[in-house]
Design a protein around this ligand. Sequence first.
Ligand SMILES: Cc1cc2nc3c(=O)[nH]c(=O)nc-3n(C[C@H](O)[C@H](O)[C@H](O)COP(=O)(O)OP(=O)(O)OC[C@H]3O[C@@H](n4cnc5c(N)ncnc54)[C@H](O)[C@@H]3O)c2cc1C
Length: 674
Amino acid sequence: MQFSETYDVVVIGAGHAGCEAAMAAARMGLRTALYTLNLDLIAQMSCNPAVGGIAKGHLVREVDALGGIQGEVTDHVGIQFRLLNTSRGPAVWSPRAQCDKQQYKIHMRQVLESQPNLRIKQAEVADLIIEEAGGRKQEAGADVSGDRRLATGDSRRRCVGIALRDGRTVRAEAVVITTGTFLNGLIHCGEQTYPAGRSGEPPSVLLGEALKRLGLRGCRLKTGTPPRLDARTIDWSRFEPQPGDADPTPFSFRTRRVTHADGQVACHIAFTTPETHRIIRENVHRSPMYSGQIKSIGPRYCPSIEDKIVKFPHHEKHQLFLEPEGLNTYETYLNGMSTSLPIDVQLAMVASVPGLEKAEMLRPGYAIEYDSIDPTELERTLETKKIEGLFLAGQINGTSGYEEAACQGIMAGINAALKVKNEPPLVLDRTEAYTAILIDDLISKGTLEPYRMFTSRAEFRLHLRIDNADRRLSPHGRRVGLIGDQAWADYLAKQQRMSALKDYLENTRPSGLPAALAEKIGNAAGATYAQLLKRPEVTIEDFVPMLRRNVPELLFLADDQRPTTDDSSILPSQLRNELKSVETEIKYAGYLQQQERAIERLKKAEQRSIPDWFDYASVSGLSREMKEKLQRVRPRTIAQASRIPGVTPAAVSLVNVYIEIQARRHASSLSTAD
Ligand SMILES: Cc1cc2nc3c(=O)[nH]c(=O)nc-3n(C[C@H](O)[C@H](O)[C@H](O)COP(=O)(O)OP(=O)(O)OC[C@H]3O[C@@H](n4cnc5c(N)ncnc54)[C@H](O)[C@@H]3O)c2cc1C
């Protein structure tokens, strides 16, 4: 059969996961095509036009450190930047940016279109072309001829391409599906329901049915979004403004500075009132969530306003944020009021907020139910266990969020490309990245509700900070070909500078402390800079005037960033980030070493692998329930087995013992077979 087109990698869906996956595969030198329903809606921000926030900012930094693009695009189109949680420890500092929603799409499309090896195309993907194990029989009625490039020796069925709704077929060595909330999407707004992938966009029904035919376990999830308002009809005098940071912390390690900091806009803080709550309480029976119209489970951590009123009846008020959707629009996002209540109720509850009495609603809030695939069907590379060459990434795997989607997208894109190149996969472990924690949580535990990242999901969060994501992951990005020469040279120079600075601070005793600092520190006799820095009241900024005088070469100051005054409170963001990173390493050295030992123990357990052929059914003493749980996930390591919900330590140690026993049996069965 003749294919209409042929690529190495095909990505389905130009959302936040698909853009990262396509860019990664193309930048790794593979001929890549990205198919999506509407080229004008690439990287559409279906929910609030914000990137980052608690733990999500960590994921964006990791995508960037690997060589992804979400961070750079955000730095380019952000209209309000804030570094969150700076009053707490550095493990939970997290960048957040409100973005210009239109510019985000425009800039992302420019980045994609300027990428060699990448073609982006508008078409609905209706089916997958599957080659039976060893055979040639096809799912989509297409017959694949010609030798496969990869002698995979793999007994699984294999995905060898896609079929478009318009009849064309496209051959590919690997396919990545990133279809978000579109699979059998169903919108709910009060009693109204209608099929859609997002408001104003068709659902993806044919592909959804094709995935069911492949026997991939699915689940039904739900998410929601609030109404959007017209800024001209809001009484802004009633709300407290929340401005951006004067010198924003960029997301990307490759962004020297956010140059448009002066043009930032503010978000505003609002609150619901008892009247709002009364309106909702009296109408909650009309919400699809409470009328039984929606059966699936929504994101616990992005609850609808009706959820909040029902679950927290004694709360006098709930916080809302009025967030601008861009510099060239009056559209304003009402964060915190996600709802699927009927329109008349939405109008009444918005009007009950002081300052919004006359606010005009541009778009109503709504909920959407959609099919996702049970992520326990996936390997740690995000390839499906059942179908070789088929990868899934993004909300299709049960997550919620642009950032959660992007980190899966880049990992799926990298591993699809490595598979086509016949190179070893990139598998990160939980101790080196939130990205790894997200993937490991999904494939080991599955998810019955949309999964979003939190810093509390990390065992070693002091190691997984935003400031050291490049040290943790850029070497991986460089190895696979996503970190270019200039970025790599900058990275090496930064590591060298920071280690020299740390060395200097640990081995130098300051002389002639400025009076104010001497008074603050008190007795500093004989102490090194590092010893002084361990004191809670001392910060590295205190030492900047002396460092600038004594070791200016250790302070990163690009020519365009030479500060005009000695005032260390206005350090250029890149220098500030480097200094704070060194400060953290010194201040928390004790904790970090303690965690190193625990990390080594976990890594050892991760190295104890469970062979593909391991037979849980023949482990005597293992309960049927344990066998089912372990068989469903088929963990790759003992550590992963221990993280499967409900699998007991006793079951894990039994499996551990039986690995040796079955290995002997397996070896003898192979020798008799020869
Ligand atoms: C109503 C709503 C509310 C949300 N609320 C929140 C929230 O509160 N917090 C939060 O963090 N996240 C929220 N999200 C989720 C957030 O938008 C997603 O997590 C994110 O966009 C997922 O990225 P993705 O790449 O997986 O999919 P998407 O960004 O949805 O992109 C999917 C892409 O696939 C394409 N596609 C689908 N089917 C096909 C096909 N058959 N052929 C070709 N192309 C196809 C679509 O055109 C689209 O471009 C919400 C989403 C929606 C729709």
